[in-house]
Design a protein around this ligand. Structure first.
Ligand code: ATP
Length: 457
């Protein structure tokens, strides 16, 4: 692998945005109507990649742990949930408007830290004369807190009693269903519950492509345990997150780091870290491990007047479980995987190829079937496609020269190309080309499935 070239060629997101649109990973949302800020649609390749990222997460966090189950909660919940969770009162960003050009900005982004109070940020912006990044002028309003939850109305009358919120995080389904989940799974503590689903936030700042969107998929795992074992669990989930990023998604270890919440730690939390990936625009959060104490279940118990306690069947101890949360954004991970995989490889002085070195395990297509010529090879090639597509996401391409078709597959990260030629009709074998090494090998059709399966790791 030519790792050095990645750093050189991907200094901004521009190439990735263009490739994503041209090849069908990600399109701007509602583009024919001029778009809608911070919304995107996943095309044929994007949906495969995102599904694979989600599937691997589910396998790693839910399927492969004996004390794990899943849930698929509703996007709309009783508004009291969001009062108890603290989102109605406190889920807000500090915003300032530029009076000159009327653009709106996050004060914490302007000062470069989220560890200061509003008064401290206002003072710093004034003292350091931090200007509007859009027009360059220095004419700010004061800071106002802006709630990030999207509101909608249910029923026929639009008044405050009909207000419901689009969930800003998935985690609350696990909390409000704690007793149901414990009862039906018949699991003793500690146990965990995973969920993958949409969350919505009214983000006003520019998104850096899909990094910050108003609608996104979260993958959240809540681990319920006794306070005495909670710090060990917290450390375990930090490791688990890194393992998922590196060994399941193939992100480079040296582009990942933990950032401790430090002074920004929530009052109820015992410890918290963000996991950050080095994007072309700098380090950005892709996930987090949070020690949430008994805050969530405790608040729901108080507000709903329903018990959230657990009785240990051996010791008879009755307590509110402590929660360790492992939270990840599927869209930011798609972006990280693409940025990590993008490479421009210099093959000869006048030949460069673009190749997405996506880990085969999560690549959108695992294999492409390419008949060398259309004449006389279609039937055999379709037969091979039918066989492979039973097992793997497979694509078929019989247009343009074989060289161009290889390059097209390189650009979308397909790890293997199967070329069907006239000899195939005689020897029942095909040529397999490897995306990364470009090496070719002759393989019997009867061995193709196991050959590819052994390399999808
Ligand atoms: P940020 O500080 O970047 O706004 P956050 O700390 O508010 O993120 P969390 O509430 O911890 O994020 O959400 C968990 C995960 O959900 C994040 O690590 C991220 O991967 C994803 N996520 C959060 N907000 C967005 C968004 N607006 N667009 C895309 N993904 C998001």
């Amino acid at each position: 692998m030519k790792k050095e070239s990645k750093q050189i060629c991907l200094q901004s997101l521009d190439k990735l945005i263009a490739l994503s649109k041209n090849r069908g990973f990600i399109f701007p949302g509602s583009e024919i109507y001029g778009g809608l800020a911070n919304t995107w649609d996943y095309g044929p390749l994007g949906v495969e990649l995102k599904n694979n990222i989600k599937r691997e997460w589910w396998k790693y966090f839910v399927q492969q742990n004996r004390n794990s189950v899943g849930i698929d909660g509703g996007i709309l919940m009783n508004p009291s949930v969001w009062v108890a969770s603290g989102h109605v009162g406190g889920f807000s960003d500090p915003l300032m408007d530029c009076k000159a050009c009327k653009t709106r900005h996050r004060a914490d982004h302007l000062v470069g830290t989220d560890e200061l109070s509003n008064a401290e940020m206002e003072a710093m912006i004034a003292n350091k004369k931090i200007n509007c990044p859009h027009c360059g002028k220095h004419d700010w309003t004061g800071i106002r807190q802006f709630n990030l939850m999207f509101k909608t109305n249910r029923g026929v009358v639009e008044d405050s009693t009909s207000t419901v919120y689009l969930r800003p995080e998935t985690a609350q389904s696990q909390f409000v269903n704690f007793q149901n989940l414990q009862r039906v799974s018949r699991m003793k503590l500690p146990f965990g519950v995973g969920q993958i689903g949409k969350a919505f936030r009214n983000e006003i700042t520019p998104g850096n492509f899909t990094f910050r969107t108003i609608e996104f998929d979260q993958m959240e795992y809540q681990y319920f345990c006794h306070a005495a074992e909670s710090m060990d669990a917290y450390e375990m989930f930090k490791k688990r997150a890194m393992d998922y990023y590196v060994n399941r998604l193939g992100l480079d270890k040296d582009k990942l780091r933990f950032k401790d919440h430090g002074a920004a730690l929530s009052h109820y939390a015992k410890a918290a870290v963000d996991a950050e990936f080095q994007f072309p625009f700098g380090f950005g959060e892709i996930g987090g491990t949070h020690h949430r104490g008994t805050y969530d279940l405790g608040n729901h118990m108080e507000c709903s007047k329903k018990s959230m306690e657990y009785i240990d069947p051996t010791s008879n101890e009755k307590y509110i479980p402590t929660v360790i949360e492992s939270s990840h954004g599927a869209d930011r991970l798609v972006l990280a995987v693409l940025a990590n995989a993008y490479d421009e490889e210099q093959i000869t002085d006048d030949d460069t190829r673009i190749v997405l070195r996506i880990k085969p395990l999560i690549a959108p297509y695992k294999v492409a079937v390419l008949p060398l010529q259309k004449r006389g090879l279609t039937e055999k090639s379709e037969e091979i496609f039918d066989m492979l597509s039973q097992q793997f996401m497979t694509t078929y391409d019989d247009t343009a020269s074989i060289g161009k078709r290889y390059r097209r597959q390189d650009e979308i990260g397909t790890p293997f190309c199967v070329t069907v030629d006239y000899e195939t009709l005689e020897d029942n074998a095909v040529t397999i080309r490897d995306r990364d090494t470009m090496k070719q090998e002759r393989v019997k059709i009867s061995e193709l499935v196991s050959y590819i399966a052994a390399r999808i790791i």
